[in-house]
Design a protein around this ligand. Structure first.
Ligand SMILES: [Zn+2]
Length: 77
């Protein structure tokens, strides 16, 4: 059963619920108003939420060892 994320438009409460694919929806446990299912990609939901997307993967760490000049053959610095 997939886990869906819901956002309540009334109180902005976000919660998750295990539901079948055919489930109609869920009510907010906070204010008991019908909540909107959030699609897993939050392209449209940028309302004051903190972005948890990493800005980048960052540079790859240098490979140590492996091949020539990895320190094992003495030709490196
Ligand atoms: Zn609510």
């Amino acid at each position: 059963m997939p886990l869906y994320e819901y956002i309540c438009p009334t109180c902005n409460h976000r919660f998750e619920k295990l539901q079948s694919m055919s489930a109609a929806g869920a009510d907010c446990p906070n204010c008991e108003q019908p909540a909107k299912r959030a699609i897993s990609v939050f392209a449209a939901v940028t309302k004051g939420g903190s972005s948890e997307m990493p800005t980048s993967m960052g540079p790859l760490p240098p490979l140590s060892g492996g091949g020539c000049c990895g320190g094992g053959c003495g030709c490196g610095p």
